[in-house]
Design a protein around this ligand. Structure first.
Ligand SMILES: CC(=O)Nc1cnc2ccccc2c1
Length: 445
């Protein structure tokens, strides 16, 4: 409908064309660079995944919220050098306003909590599933959008909130058939890094910057990390001290280094004891190198990873008790996580856990003669009113209709033919048993 009669060779392909129409006015049928279409089969998988997100949110007694994808740029201007704020999909709108396609959801959640102010009673447990955007230079073929499930708790200062969020993540994995031998969740606290900075009397204004750098642990070499840390003005002994602590994988070792009574250790011990009670202890492990790359985390942070180490983080999150004051409001303790739609699907593919995404329809209604198109409509309509999914087919040969019935996994084929209809009957074929029988049209259900 949208394409001119030009042959397919005339079609441009997203990566070559810089415009979206070629010399003959033929539109490029690909979506914009870094974005995806969701044709029916892909959309069925996405809908299935999002239904799992929703069901876990329901089990956890979270309420659904939603926001515009378009937000004021001011919500995302942060000075910590995060990748996410250096790749803002930002522009000036026709009213001269600086706006962005949001790169994450948390700031919108914070904005709504502030806006709702006194009219909401804490704690708040909100979730949303929304598309997020980034603008990467053309060089890297990475995607520019993905969908994220976000779960956030506002108004719970104690680690009970983190324990609840971890249960949500584990429930989701279990619903998808993923086990704790496929996936683990690394848990730490930014208070560990804060304690180390204090040990070296490093000014706290460097804290956020150091976190963003340390988050590249494992992606950059040790030397690169050291260089970036030194460039913030840290002494080499402080850099070595940070790297040494961040390599710790046992809470007791951490306690030895930081000393007992450190808040970070107490929080983590409490969280690990909660994990035992919830029954997900074998999913989580302490790993001091987890800091996550977002500037606003202030406490416990966590990320789920595939134990084979082939994929990027599956989801991640943490506590952000000071985000609201960066928007000029009173602080409210908060924590949450984001769960993207891409890595999880790669993991399910790897594990052979993708569900069967074929179509399923209850009935096909087919008039064998065009004079029966009216009766076929009333039959389809009455079946639909009884809750049957009905595909009304016409202008096709019967051979095609049988193939179509198989293709869409129809349960029944309802044939409306002249000789039967004269007697008020229709022919029903049960496709699984090939059983065939006549029934009075008004007794069909
Ligand atoms: C694997 C993947 O699609 N990642 C992805 C894709 N788009 C994004 C857009 C904004 C923020 C993070 C994003 C992350």
């Amino acid at each position: 409908r949208f394409l001119s009669s030009a042959s397919s060779s005339m079609l441009t392909h997203g990566d070559e064309a810089s415009t979206h129409v070629d010399a003959n006015g033929v539109v490029d049928v690909n979506p914009p660079r870094g974005t995806r279409d969701f044709p029916p089969e892909d959309m069925r998988l996405r809908t299935w995944l999002f239904d799992q997100f929703r069901e876990v949110s329901r089990l956890m007694a979270f309420e659904e919220v939603d926001f515009p994808v378009l937000e004021s740029e001011a919500l995302f201007i942060r000075k910590a050098g995060e990748e996410i704020t250096q790749q803002l999909y930002n522009f000036e709108d026709k009213g001269g306003r600086r706006v962005v396609l949001r790169p994450e959801i948390t700031p919108s959640l914070a904005r709504l909590v502030i806006k709702q102010g006194k009219s909401v009673s804490l704690p708040l447990k909100w979730f949303t599933i929304g598309q997020c955007w980034r603008y990467e230079r053309m060089t890297r073929g990475r995607r520019r959008e993905h969908y994220q499930w976000n779960m956030d708790i506002f108004g719970v200062p104690k680690v009970r909130a983190e324990a609840e969020l971890l249960q949500a993540i584990v429930l989701l994995f279990q619903r998808l058939g993923i086990t704790s031998s496929d996936v683990g969740i690394r848990v730490s606290s930014r208070k560990v890094l804060l304690a180390v900075l204090n040990m070296y009397s490093i000014p706290e204004h460097l804290f956020t910057q150091v976190c963003v750098i340390v988050d590249k642990f494992g992606k950059l070499t040790r030397e690169e990390i050291e260089k970036e840390l030194m460039s913030t003005g840290l002494s080499s002994e402080a850099v070595q001290g940070i790297i040494e602590v961040l390599s710790l994988k046992s809470l007791s070792k951490l306690e030895e280094v930081l000393g007992s009574g450190v808040e970070a250790v107490a929080d983590l011990k409490k969280l690990f004891s909660f994990a035992e009670q919830y029954g997900y202890a074998d999913w989580i492990c302490f790993d001091a190198s987890v800091v996550r790359g977002l500037a606003y985390y202030t406490g416990i942070v966590f990320e789920a990873f595939d134990r084979e180490g082939k994929l990027r983080a599956i989801c991640g999150g943490g506590r952000y008790d000071k985000l609201l004051s960066t928007f000029g409001s009173e602080d409210i303790p908060a924590c949450g996580f984001g769960f993207g739609d891409a890595v999880i699907v790669e993991l399910l593919k790897e594990k052979g856990l993708l569900p069967d995404m074929s179509r399923q329809i209850d009935d096909i209604v087919f008039p064998l003669d065009e004079v029966l198109e009216g009766p076929a409509s009333s039959i389809a309509s009455s079946l639909r009113k009884k809750g049957r999914a009905v595909d009304l087919v016409e202008d096709k040969r019967l051979k095609w209709v049988f193939k179509h019935a198989e293709r869409i996994n129809a349960s029944r084929l309802i044939l409306v033919g002249n000789s039967e209809w004269e007697r008020g009957m229709v022919r029903v074929k049960i496709l699984s048993t090939r059983e065939e029988y006549e029934v009075k049209a008004d007794e069909l259900d």
